[in-house]
Design a protein around this ligand. Structure first.
Ligand code: SF4
Ligand code: SF4
Length: 365
């Protein structure tokens, strides 16, 4: 059963979450983009705004509508909240007898309620959970942040021109991984609980049930959102097609355009490559072990003792695509692409993963 949350009561939802001990993080405008940040009130939401995205461009524009979620994802998803761009993992201290002691860095973390998660980012979150939580060794900082995360998803009603989550099977409607899912209509939201704690929050708001016309309008809107998407990948498992074409001339062609800047991997909600370095204090008595996001597009990322395995852009782009769309299947049982389109919009030269994959896989040598 679904409830109906009138738009003017969105503030009550935020207050209810704060009352339950959560700090609310949600979409807001910063530096010309919709990003996720601390929400002090519903007035911080990007009401009346939408976006235009094409390969290499992102612009916010006014719509004149009262809608608060009539836009597609900006550059940032859940990734930086759970997998920090830079953090200390442990400290080592030299004792007076010369021995070393090690201590895990502590993560001071508030309970977060993430407002506005889109289906593609929930799929990316499930992939990160698989990697950081459910592998042989769970990652303590990630696990610590993930444990109390409350998720309010919003079905995507306005996909960007660069989105293709329908083709990867990950969106645009949220179907799992949320505590509450909202579908935004002109006057308010159809709300559905996805967990017991989500149900508790909705019950505390004392909402009326959504009427059948509102539920039907949301279903139509969800179908429209999927049918508006024009980009597609040429298949959900491209492993065989990519690895059969490792010498395809298109790898040279894309390398002529690619700047090896790594923007695509920074904005990608599933990429999790990182580097780890020791930062010793000058007095030599202690050091910190720091993890930072890295990218398979950097020269250092493929350096092993005395050798850089991928010395040029051709081999780095090929590594990114064959891993993301190919060998992720062996590691995680699915592709590493959830169709969010960010790597297309935020690539400074507008390289389009769907186009590159189509040329290489469909026009194989
Ligand atoms: S590869 Fe591109 S479209 Fe796919 S999940 Fe990453 S950023 Fe999104
Ligand atoms: S594909 Fe685009 S975003 Fe990615 S490294 Fe190349 S130029 Fe940068």
């Amino acid at each position: 059963m679904s409830d109906y949350l009138p738009r003017e009561r969105f503030e009550d939802l935020l207050q209810q979450l704060e009352h339950a001990g959560y700090v609310c993080v949600g979409p807001t405008v910063r530096d010309g983009a919709i990003v996720y940040d601390r929400l002090n009130s519903a007035a911080d939401l990007p009401a009346g705004l939408s976006d235009e995205q094409t390969p290499g461009t992102y612009r916010i524009r006014s719509t004149g509508s009262a809608r608060q979620f009539a836009w597609a994802n900006g550059p940032q998803g859940l990734k930086p909240l759970l997998f920090a761009p830079r953090e200390t993992l442990w400290q080592a201290t030299r004792q007076s007898d010369g021995t070393l002691t090690f201590a895990n860095a502590t993560v001071a973390q508030s309970k977060l309620a993430f407002i506005g998660a889109r289906a593609c980012d929930l799929a990316a979150l499930a992939l990160h959970d698989q990697h950081f939580l459910h592998g042989a060794h769970s990652d303590p900082p990630y696990a610590n942040r993930r444990r109390d995360l409350f998720i309010v998803a919003v079905h995507c009603s306005h996909p960007a021109q660069t989105c293709f989550c329908a083709s990867t099977g990950d969106g645009p409607s949220a179907t799992y991984g949320f505590d509450i899912a909202l579908g935004e209509l002109d006057e308010g939201y159809v709300a559905q609980a996805g967990s017991e704690r989500g149900q508790t929050v909705l019950c505390a708001l004392g909402l009326s049930p959504a009427d059948p016309a509102q539920v039907a309008a949301l279903e139509r809107q969800n179908q429209d959102a999927a049918s508006k998407q024009t980009r597609t990948l040429p298949g959900r498992n491209l492993r065989a097609a990519l690895f059969a074409n490792l010498d395809h001339p298109r790898w040279h062609d894309v390398a002529e355009r690619c700047l090896s800047c790594g923007n695509c991997t920074s904005v990608c909600p599933t990429c999790f490559c990182h580097s780890e370095t020791e930062h010793a204090q000058l007095h030599g008595a202690s050091s910190e072990h720091v993890r930072e996001w890295d990218s398979c597009f950097t020269r250092g990322h493929s350096y092993i003792h005395g050798l850089t395995i991928r010395p040029d852009t051709r081999t780095r782009y090929r590594q990114w695509l064959t891993h993301k769309l190919g060998s992720w299947h062996e590691q995680y049982g699915r592709s590493g692409c959830v169709g969010c389109g960010r790597c297309i919009s935020w690539c400074p030269v507008g390289i389009d993963i769907t186009e590159e994959a189509s040329v290489i896989c469909l026009q194989g040598q």
